[in-house]
Design a protein around this ligand. Structure first.
Ligand code: ARG
Length: 298
């Protein structure tokens, strides 16, 4: 297989692209998960501290919860890629097209290779971003529930140059957002478009211009701003399928606010993954279209 440097490439030729009627996700078990290096502020002080047994049990609880709402495929974990369980950062998928990440840190590069192989074998069209512009999958690029607009972050991992190139994969419009707090180094740590036109976000993670853009798109009644205490528990790193939300343990206050606007919230202890700098959303990669998520009734 030859992969083009940029643009589309596939091994499947004329076979139809993968399509899923039900919400479908990819997860990667934390078999080799550890904090082996420090590439975000959460990892500092946590070198080799995660317990793999506890991580496995927590991951399994998330897997089971997600499996009750969606189909879940499993990506084989690889030794030497301790962050691979955070599979959400390795691509963005929509309409059977997978834009593969170009990680900013060499420690995570191999993960993109592993995922590329899986995606190619599963028949996805691969959308490659130019090598010189970093892009970290759903860590930094999130779709609106209608799938026609993307929110893309820069300032920490993903490079602004990649935004237009990514949007062109789906002929989507793009709004770029600038992250300014190193603790919120990925967009999925501070921003989550939810079903029903709601937005869960941590306003202080953005510069003033980005905040204006967010506030133009979301009316005050649709914005659910989290506190610093909640944000640092990864309150915005959620999986949302229709009215259901899976998140780490953040507290009753936020759960009550989400329940008031019609969501059903399940909190799961994901403390071992917080040591690596991630939570629920980072542990699953969406494979189905956004429309499957919004339409899912169960
Ligand atoms: N150690 C991983 C990294 O820094 C953790 C990723 C979790 N990221 C997140 N968006 N929550 O790349």
């Amino acid at each position: 297989m030859t992969l083009a440097a940029t643009g589309l490439s596939t091994v499947s030729g004329l076979t139809p692209l993968p399509h899923f009627d039900r919400p479908t996700y990819l997860m990667c078990p934390p078999q080799w998960y550890d904090v082996d290096y420090v590439i975000n502020p959460w990892m500092a002080g946590n070198l080799h501290r995660p317990s793999r047994d506890r991580a496995f049990a927590q991951w399994r609880t998330l897997y089971d919860a997600l499996h009750r709402m969606a189909d879940v495929r499993v990506l084989h974990p690889r030794e030497g890629s301790p962050d691979m369980t955070f599979v959400g950062h390795t691509a963005v998928v929509q309409h059977g097209v997978a834009a593969i990440s170009n990680f900013a840190h060499p420690q995570r590069e191999a993960e993109a290779q592993h995922l590329r192989r899986w995606m190619a074998e599963a028949g996805f069209l691969l959308w490659e971003t130019p090598r010189e512009s970093n892009f970290e999958g759903e860590g930094d690029v999130l779709m609106d529930p209608n799938g026609r607009h993307i929110w893309a972050a820069h300032g920490s991992r993903t490079c602004e140059h990649s935004h237009r190139h990514l949007a062109s994969a789906w002929h989507a419009t793009v709004t770029s957002l600038h992250l300014i707090d190193p603790r919120f180094y990925h967009l999925d740590t501070c921003f989550a478009p939810l079903a029903g036109g709601f937005l869960l976000y941590y306003p202080e993670a953005f510069d003033a211009r980005s905040l204006d853009r967010i506030h133009v798109a979301y009316a005050p009644g649709k914005r659910i701003a989290v506190s610093e205490a909640e944000a640092t528990q990864f309150a915005c790193n959620v999986i949302n399928i229709s009215q259901r939300i899976l998140m780490g343990t953040v507290g009753v206050n936020l759960a009550a606010r989400l329940t008031t606007v019609g969501f059903h919230v399940q909190q799961i202890d994901l403390s071992e993954f917080l040591r690596g700098g991630g939570s629920a959303k980072s542990l699953a990669l969406r494979l189905s279209d956004m429309s499957a998520n919004t339409a899912a009734a169960r």
